[in-house]
Design a binder for this molecule. Sequence first.
Ligand SMILES: [Zn+2]
Length: 416
Amino acid sequence: MDALDYFCTLYQKRTGIQCTRMDWAHLIPVTEKMSVLFGADRALRQLHQHVSCSEHKTAFRLDDVARCVVDILSRQEECVHPSLDRQGRYDGHQSGLVALGLGHEPIVDQLMQRCAEVLGHPWNPLSAFDGVKAIIGLSHDVDRVDGFSYLPMRYGYWLGRAGLSLFGGQWSAARRWYGRYCSWRSYSDDPLFAFDRWMALESEYDVRSTFFFMSLKRGLSIEGRRYTVTDPRIKRVVRQLVDNGWEVGLHAGRHNAQSLAWLKDQKRRLEDVAGVAMDGCRQHWLNIRLPESWELYHQAGFKYSSNMGWTPELQGFRAGTALPYPVPGFSGLYEIPFQMMDRMVIQDPGHHVALFDTFLKQIKAIHGCLVLDFHQEYFDPIESPGVGDVYRTILQRIRSDTEIIALPLGAFIADF
Ligand SMILES: [Zn+2]
C-alpha cells in the first residue's frame, strides 16, 4: 500500500468518509504551528505547493498533507539514518518533532482533523464509544518484583555508602543511605511486589489496566536482577490478573532485541503461564529499532506494539498522535502510542498531574487516547514517593469526568 492509499484508509477510520484521489488538489489551510512540519521536511518542501491565504499563513495540497502524516506515523526519521543514544535506541532529543517544539502536541491528529474540517467531513475517531471524548489507556511495566533478594549484600552496600559519606563529611548523603537501610529493615511485605495494591486501587475506581511482564528464563541474567515468569508468585499473580479483567502483555527484554526466535520464546513462555494469547508488546527500556521491531512483532504474531512514547524527561507524542494506528506496511499490527511515563520518584506530583491535565485537554479536542505507563514496582510511598499519589489523582479525575473512560490497551485496539 502506498502512502496515499494508507492515508485514505486511515482518514476513513477517523471520519467514516472515504476520501479519494479526486480530493488531492484540495488546499488545506494550516496554522503556523502545523506549517512548521512542512518546512522541516526537505522532500515536502520541494513537493508542496503553498499559497497565501488571508486567514492562515499557508495552505498545502491534501496529498502533501497526506504524505507528511504518513512520514511521521511511519517514523521516517527513526527508520532512515537514526541518531542513536548510548543504549543504541533512537535518541528522542534528536527528533524533528521535539526540535520543532511539537513534541507535546498531537500534531498529526490536529492536521487530519483540519483536513476533515476543510472537506466538510465529521471528525469522530471514537465513534465506537458513545459520547466519549477521550480514552485513558492505563498500563504498567513490570521491571522488578523482588526487593528482598540479595538483601544482606545490599544492606552491606548501603551501610558502606553511608560510612563513606560520613567519612567524607557528606551528612545528607550518609543520612539517605542509612535511611534506605532502615526502611528496608522495617518492611515485612516486599514493597516492590505491589500487584495487590495496584489491583485494590484500580478496583476502588472500577478500572482495569494492562501489565506488561518480562518473560525471562533466569531471574539474574544479562537483563539484570529481574524475575522468571515461572516463579510461583508471578504465575499466581498473572492468573489473578487475567481472571479478574486485567490484561497481560509482554515486556520484552532489552538485550537481543532483534532476535525473532528470542521474542517468540518470551511470548510463548508468558502465554503458557497466562493461559491466554499475548496481543501486546512493549520493549524494556523502549529498546526498539524501526522498522525492524515492528517487523519482528508482526512476525511473532502480536496485535499491537506500545512503544511510541518517550522517556520521562521528554514525555509527549513521539509519532505526533494520540490515536492507535495500523503500522504502515505491517498489516494487522497496530501501534498504541503512550504519552506519559512515571519516574521512580516524582518530586513534584503537581507538575505531573498538570501535564496530565494539559495532555488530556489536547487529546479531548481531537478525540484521542491518553495512554499512561506507570511501573509496577514504583508503588511504595517510601521507595517511590509521589507515584501512587499522582496515579490516585488521575483515577479521581477519570471518575469525576463523564467524557472520559479508562481501559486496558488491548480493550480498545479493535475499534481503531
Ligand atoms: Zn521496563
